[in-house]
Design a protein around this ligand. Sequence first.
Ligand code: PEP
Length: 251
Amino acid sequence: MRTPYLAGNWKMNLDRRAALDLVGTLREHVGTRTDVEVAVFPPFVYIDEVARALAGSPVRVGAQNCCDEEKGAFTGEVSVSQLRDVGAEIVVLGHSERRHIYGEADELVNRKAQRALDGGLDVILCVGETLEERKGGLTEKVVRTQLQGGLAGVATRDMDRVTIAYEPVWAIGTGVVATPAQAGEVHAYVRGLLSGLFSTDVAQTVRIQYGGSVKASNVKELMAVGDVDGALVGGASLKADDFLPILDFAR
Ligand code: PEP
């Protein structure tokens, strides 16, 4: 059984006060629940305080990116060990904003994934096609290339620390959400790929989140799809009034 995994990607939003208010409410709401796994991904500068505010809570804290190098002269970068040092346990890699705005290619995403797993961070690897690619019938090809590229060389034993997020680029921050059928089709495809790349066991255990305009009003029908194991939530993770009902999708 795959525990639903609901994660909030704050991107470059919120200030210290708003971040701490939000996690205070989140902490109280989640309590000691184990029916869902919850994680938040603050901007780097707030990870430390957010992690302290969540100490002892099952809500986990992660980073939105990390450096592919261990340490040294990489101005502006943040290393895996530094992230762990301030309380991050997970890192989101290959987000479409990193791929499309900052030009991150699969090779770099892969180096980051290997560095993160070696250094003790869990990974959420994002994959997804643009609207043009979908219209051109390239969805499977894009997802396959990003998945294979991102996970190249990752050991089967580390796959229990990897989550895949299917995030169609056309659905991110647009208010246009994939239909349950569209999400289900790609999620099943990803699961099949994982089976071929690793094993059926890995394919059955790895969680595949959907991301792209998830809200309280659409999360239930997405989560009803067999291969959808959670959500990576951007805009709707910034306010408790929007995020908490998403965590309660099954109630
Ligand atoms: C995201 O940033 O990963 C995302 C899915 O954003 P949104 O929920 O705002 O579409």
